[in-house]
Design a protein around this ligand. Sequence first.
Ligand code: SF4
Length: 574
Amino acid sequence: MDEKQFLIEKVLSVKADLSIREVSDSLALMRHDSVNIPVVYIGSGTCGKVAGAEATLQAIANYLEEKKIKAEIVEVGCIGLCSYEPLVDIQLPGKSRISFQNITHELVEPLLDDIFNSEVPFGNVLGQFNNKRHNKWDNVPVIDELPFFKLQHRIVLANCGISNPDSLTDYIARGGYQTYLKCIRNYTGEKVCNIVDQSGLRGRGGGGYLTGQKWITAQNTVSDQKYLICNAAESDPGAFMDRAVIEGDPYLLLEGIAIAAYAIGATKAYIYVMDEYSQAYLMLNQAISQLKDFGFIGYNVFNSGVDFKITLVRGPGAFVCGEETALINSIEGKRGMPRPKPPFPALEGLFGKPTVINNVETLANIPFILRHGPQRFNEIGTPEARGTKVFAISGKAMITGLVEVPMGTKIKDIIFKIAGGVKDGRDFKAVQIGGPSGSCLPASQLDLPVGYESLWNEGAIIGSGGMIVMDEDTCMVDIAKFFMNFLQKESCGKCIPCRTGTVQLYQMLTKILNKQATTADIEKMKLLSEMVKATSLCGLGQTAPNPVLSTLRYFPEEYTALLQPEESGRVSGS
Ligand code: SF4
């Protein structure tokens, strides 16, 4: 019996009994919980490849061939430690999987020489994975105990960098797709919507709308066709959460999409991926092929009477296409421009039909909620924001990469306890949170807990999860100009306040940086910012002035220092 047949008959069928020893042992091998030959894992996400993972991979293959060592090589996604790539893990039979950082191709031979002689080259060791079945390496820390991982709570990133993202077999062996089958076999769509509603999950794209409520609206709307759209149009600078989830655990997302589509009564789903994410696109394409082969996509899925189809769409990479109605226009073949709301997409969306649009992280939470129940999810985070949030840490942080923390975690803890603080011994100055139209928060705001209202109340937004750390050398006016430049270029031009307002704000910031501005210019800039916020059609324009307003609020002295010499000392922060 081949693996596919085994999984369908012994794991996924209604008669499956996972307590049978033969079944559980086979599943442990498929997910590499136990191994019969050495396995070498290499981080091959985009961040790994940028750091040289392909050369490292080739060096590993050459080494094994030359030494005639029978071993398996598994390419995995990013575990979150982007600045430690290329990461190489090795798992010998009976021993814990051990992880090494910054393994460039020159380091492969000495590393493998040592490890195959059961010696640990301590220079690059990161840690070992905790598995009671395996013998531990002496004097090697456990990965979960490292400061980077200790405060994290991984739901969405649980398998990123660990499991084989190319293998549906691996995903199923970890319990994957059993939740989807449970839903379509035992639950009505209405029940699935209610479970998600009870979990308190809110959209992770930044808006924070209750996911269950959105689903219920679409579910209750009578239509001959409904659609589910996964928004993977992640095009803001400093954000790479969606890319990492897709590259690290694509089947988790695809299972979430399948459950969501079933819940609202959609037989068709779209995944809208930005064009620049070529690896993510390729991996989704391959994953969808494997799902079709197993029968998870197509007509009458596993004899449930459910039909389901997924279409991948490559978006143009425009920032505005992350706005849900612009995204709908783009899928329909129109120019990606937002539409006025209402009507909301849950009532009238793609091709005029009820449509739910959720982002990657939102959908990647769904299998956990349906698998463990809403209460378990509800217990994580805060009353205003349940569950966890993935952040992409970049800029001047000691460790740049991806973290997933319970909602309510203080920003300070993410930057200093998890990401190790500011690199090169510099002092912290600000963190830009919430994407290009987010806010720059100073040290005095670092006790803020991550969430929705907790940040909105301070004029900041959680956005989709970009977090850019800045050190003492950063000019905050220059930062405001950088983001305004991005936003003026990305404005779709449909409405005047955003189209011309962002350009004028950019010009004003340029004037300030050229030391040609007066206090009157600053007052004009504040007024214009408020006007653009109040009168723009979509979220891009409504939040575009945030970088200006937040830097003015928290760093007024930097504007003052740049005024014409006779004007210095007059800028107020409010
Ligand atoms: S606010 Fe900006 S991006 Fe949004 S519709 Fe208006 S011009 Fe386009």
